[in-house]
Write a protein that binds this ligand. Structure first.
Ligand code: NAP
Ligand code: G4F
Length: 336
């Protein structure tokens, strides 16, 4: 059987890098969309770009979710069997400062992709399956636990954009019979997590405090609760959604939710430190509206996709802080 081909938007991000590794391990040809930046933005996939054994199966293309033509051309050129739309302005706090941009890239871009797929298929391309990276932020203030039946009550421009994208995917599925699936993923983290998200901010700062490189960590609301899983487990769920016989929507979560305070305690305890001595708060890091309590029920994914997470919050926190300890020590040695 001929190997499949996948097009990934957001390949330079946390999930894009893990998904590329997963698909390459399954013998796919992988095409990644990289947007033009004034500096290098490929650090999470440089090991794949530099791997000569992947040269005929791993390809990077310039494109932008704000630019419909670039997306259409990419689909024409790469002829994918599967498209994973992971690209987004993905920071909730930033979405309050840049609402219009966030809605364009995180919400409207989904229409650009769905229309490009519809048009390619009308002009005789092979069938293309589409994955949309939906978010537990869409549940917002809905009472936990949240599953596929829970009403969306979004609390940020980012969440509103994701809700819009979600319903467009459902709409294209129903109107045109596209194989389009929504993953409703709860927070997932890893050593590759962006540095301004709270878990990474904490593990990096804790490691630096342990090494004597930093004295304080300043955060926002410590009482919010999140259902945190490992990104490597969650990209496996994305792939399974596109191998399912029918396109559908799935919640992906661990089923355990803890507060930022609890996460601080797990991380600092691991380093034999008392977090309360080092952490302070600043309203600068609060949001105009907060999502207080996310707790996912992934029963449907477990039963229909056979998916379950391999990591829980404790093994994830340990993985992240151990990585950051080594990384920060290496940086300090290189700088001295
Ligand atoms: P991430 O690390 O922030 O990566 C976002 C990716 O989108 C980056 O590759 C970024 O490129 C790209 N991007 C941003 N603007 C773009 C544009 N205009 N055109 C093309 N690409 C653009 O996010 P992530 O954590 O991997 O999350 C992946 C997806 O899942 C996102 O859609 C996110 O909203 C969603 N999601 C994430 C979580 C989570 O907990 N991680 C949970 C639910 C849903 P640059 O490298 O150039 O910035
Ligand atoms: O780490 P966060 O910024 O993640 P958030 O807002 O839950 O969003 C992430 O998960 C979503 C899935 O539910 C994704 F869709 C989205 O793309 C992103 O990946 O914040 C988590 C919590 C919030 O309640 C925030 O108020 O941590 C609280 N927090 C407290 N201090 C902080 C900080 N968040 C950040 N980023 N920085 C702080 O200093």
């Amino acid at each position: 059987m001929q190997a499949k081909s996948a097009l990934i938007t957001g390949i330079t991000g946390q999930d894009g890098s893990y998904l590329a590794e997963l698909l390459l391990g399954k013998n796919y040809a992988v095409h990644g969309v990289v947007r033009r930046a004034s500096g290098p933005n490929t650090s999470r996939i440089d090991h794949l770009i530099g791997d000569e054994s992947l040269a005929d199966r791993f390809h990077i293309h310039h494109g932008d979710l704000a630019d419909a033509n670039s997306l259409r051309h990419l689909i024409d050129r790469t002829q994918p069997d599967e498209i994973y739309n992971l690209g987004a302005q993905s920071h909730v706090r930033v979405s309050f400062d840049q609402p219009e941009y966030t809605v364009d890239v995180t919400g409207t871009a989904v229409i650009r992709l769905l229309e490009a797929i519809r048009s390619a298929m009308e002009h005789g391309s092979k069938p293309i399956r589409f994955y949309q990276a939906g978010s537990s932020e869409m549940f917002g203030s809905a009472k936990p636990p949240q599953n596929e039946q829970t009403r969306f009550e979004p609390r940020s421009p980012y969440a509103c954009a994701k809700v819009y994208a979600h319903y467009q995917v459902v709409n294209y599925r129903e109107s045109y019979g596209l194989f389009a699936a929504n993953g409703i993923l709860f927070n997932h983290e890893s050593p590759r997590r962006g540095e301004t998200f709270v878990t990474k901010k904490i593990t990096k700062a804790a490691a630096r405090i342990k090494l004597g490189l930093q004295e304080k960590l300043t955060l926002g609301n410590l009482d919010a609760r999140r259902d945190w899983g490992f990104a490597g487990d969650y990209v496996e769920a994305m792939w399974r959604m596109l191998q399912h016989e029918e396109p559908d929507d799935f919640v992906i979560a661990t089923g355990e939710s803890i507060s930022i305070r609890d996460f601080l305690s797990i991380v600092f305890d691991h380093l034999d430190l008392d977090w309360e001595r080092y952490v302070d708060t600043d309203p600068r890091f609060y949001r105009p509206a907060e999502v207080d309590y996310l707790l996912g029920d992934a029963t449907k994914a477990r039963d229909s996709l056979g998916w379950q997470p391999q990591h829980d919050i404790r093994s994830l926190a340990k993985m992240m802080v151990e990585h950051d300890l080594k990384h920060e020590a290496r940086l300090a040695r290189a700088g001295s």
